[in-house]
Structures are given as structure tokens and as C-alpha cells.
Design a protein around this ligand. Structure first.
Ligand code: GRG
Length: 293
């Protein structure tokens, strides 16, 4: 199977899993469920679900288990986007090429959509396709990655840094928490959904995820200044306008491009112990670095 065929088949599975793990639009309160489905379905690159499936293939995870983990990861990710776009945070009107949830509906609905997606993620993760032990370890991974020592903590640092100069190590810490933690969880959760990997294998996957996570952010910063809003599906040039420190503002565009290429090599090197079994993860590192939106 080519990478494109593999990606297409995983994306189809993920869309179906999200459809099934989200309450129906007709379930009361219908407006909330319609807004949750508006936020989640039919958009986004689904990078976290793809990483989860690729890591799970490495450890022989059952595809139904990966569907549940992938759906949970995407729901947490979308909750973070919905809240991040609200006026009290980034105040953005465009996401995935559509009006953001608070613009399409209202602020209270956007707040509840994020809250309910977070809860629904843990409903998906505790579905009985996963054994009790796996449920517990995956819940812990996702909760740690999305909470105050992960994504929420990174967001707090980000909000506090507006208008301030961050050093490169401070910027890296912020990104490792804000976006890196969930990307790392995607890889770890996929792997843990199969045969439990030994400590060495998990360390290699962590090194891979760290490189991919940082590369993802460096590329995000590059695209923010080189790509238009229509291609991105979100407002371009916003970081500079909001006075946010980015890799481009700290080390410049050329050095940022060189850093992204270096991180891709680091990601590939981390996968060396797995050989050809890690092909999909290697291809996903390339996708993250070469993406145009
Ligand atoms: C509000 C708790 C809370 C956290 C927000 C991740 C995050 C923290 C905010 C997102 C803001 C942002 C634009 C971050 C830059 C990197 C990033 C996560 C981009 C969006 O992720 P993609 O590119 O989006 O994977 P799609 O739409 O493709 O899923």
C-alpha cells in the first residue's frame, strides 16, 4: 500500500469513528451536539489520529482500539482549538476554512462544545473495545498530555508571553507543552494500544515524537508568515500581529527552515531501531515537515 492509500484509509476510519463516538445531532440538547459535530467533523489534517494509527501498527494494535484512541485525541485537539479561538484567548473568526464555533453559534456554546468534547474523549477511550488495563493507561496518557503539565500549561505560558521576548529554550518549553505533549501522546497511545512496548522502544518513540512535535510547531510558524489564510484555513500572519514570539521571529525564516529539516532527520534517526516496521511513522515525519497548510 502506498502512503497516500494508507493515509486515505486511516482518514476514512477516523471520520467514521468520530461520527460514531460523537452523540447524534438529534440527541438533546440538539444545538450543543450539532455544534460539537460542526467543530469536529469534515475538517483538519488529522495529524494526531494518523500518528496514533501509525504507532499502533508498530505494536500490532487492533484497529478498533486505534479508532477509539484516535477519536479521543482528535476530540481533545478540537476542544483546544475551539477554546483557543474564543475572544478570551486568540479571538479568531476562521478555523478549518469555516467560521469558528463562537462566531457560527455563540460564546457560551463554544465554551460548552470544548468542555463536552473533552469529556466525550474519555467516553471514547473507555469504550469496551479496549481492555480495562489499556483503558487506564490510555486515559492517564491523554489526561497528562492535555492538562496543566501539558497542553493547558503550554497555553498558559503562551498567553503570558504575548508582548514579551522569550528565549529560544523558553519558546521550546512552551511548544513542547502546548502542542508537543498531545502529539507525543498520539504516538504513545497508539503504541500502548498494542503489545506493550519495552522501555527502550518507548524511549525511541518519545524521541521521535519530540522531534516531530517541535518540527510541527516550527513549520506552523513558517507557514504563518509564508502562506495565505485561504490555504491555511485559519488567519495567517496572526502571530506577528499579536506580538507572539515564534521561531521565525527569534531565529529568522532560513534558520527555521533548516531547523525543520534537522528535526525531520532526528525523527528518522529515532526510528532506526524499528527498521521497516516504522515506515508509516517516518512518512508522517516527512508529511509534517513538507505540509503546506
Ligand atoms: C485552549 C486549553 C487550550 C489549549 C489550546 C493547541 C492549542 C492550545 C491551541 C491551538 C492554537 C494554535 C494555532 C497552535 C499552533 C499549532 C497548532 C496546534 C495548530 C493547529 O493544529 P493542526 O494544524 O490543526 O493540527 P488541524 O485543523 O489540521 O487539526
Amino acid at each position: 500500500m502506498t502512503f497516500e492509500q494508507w493515509t486515505r484509509s486511516v482518514l476514512e476510519r477516523v471520520e467514521t469513528a468520530l461520527e460514531n463516538y460523537l452523540p447524534a445531532e438529534t440527541t438533546e440538547p440538539a444545538k450543543l451536539h450539532e455544534a460539537m459535530r460542526y467543530a469536529v467533523l469534515g475538517g483538519g489534517k488529522r495529524v494526531r489520529p494518523l500518528l496514533c494509527h501509525a504507532a499502533g501498527e508498530l505494536t500490532g494494535a487492533r484497529v478498533e482500539c486505534l479508532d477509539a484512541a484516535a477519536a479521543a485525541l482528535e476530540m481533545i485537539h478540537v476542544y483546544s482549538l475551539v477554546h483557543d479561538d474564543m475572544p478570551c484567548m486568540d479571538d479568531d473568526a476562521l478555523r478549518r476554512g469555516k467560521p469558528t464555533v463562537h462566531v457560527k453559534y455563540d460564546e457560551a456554546t463554544a465554551l460548552l462544545v470544548g468542555d463536552a468534547l473533552q469529556s466525550q474523549a474519555f467516553v471514547a477511550l473507555t469504550s469496551d473495545v479496549l481492555g480495562a488495563q489499556q483503558q487506564a493507561s490510555l486515559v492517564r496518557e491523554l489526561a497528562l498530555a492535555s492538562g496543566s503539565i501539558g497542553m493547558c500549561g503550554g497555553q498558559a505560558i503562551d498567553l503570558a508571553s504575548v508582548g514579551h521576548t522569550l528565549t529560544r529554550p523558553q519558546l521550546e518549553t512552551m511548544h513542547r507543552m502546548k502542542t508537543g505533549a498531545l502529539l507525543r501522546a498520539a504516538v504513545r497511545m497508539g503504541a500502548l494500544a498494542g503489545e506493550t512496548p519495552d522501555a527502550q522502544a518507548l524511549a525511541s518513540l518519545d524521541a521521535y515524537a519530540a522531534a516531530v512535535g517541535l518540527a510541527f510547531q516550527v513549520v506552523d510558524d513558517i507557514l504563518d508568515v509564508t502562506t495565505d489564510s485561504a490555504t491555511l484555513g485559519k488567519t495567517a500572519g496572526k502571530d506577528a500581529k499579536d506580538g507572539k514570539p515564534t521561531y521565525v521571529s527569534i531565529i529568522g525564516l532560513d534558520a527555521s527552515r533548516a531547523l525543520a529539516a534537522q528535526l525531520r532527520s532526528d525523527a528518522h534517526a529515532a526510528l532506526a531501531p524499528f527498521g521497516a516496521r516504522a515506515q508509516r511513522l517516518a512518512e508522517l515525519a516527512d508529511l509534517v515537515v513538507n505540509r503546506v497548510s
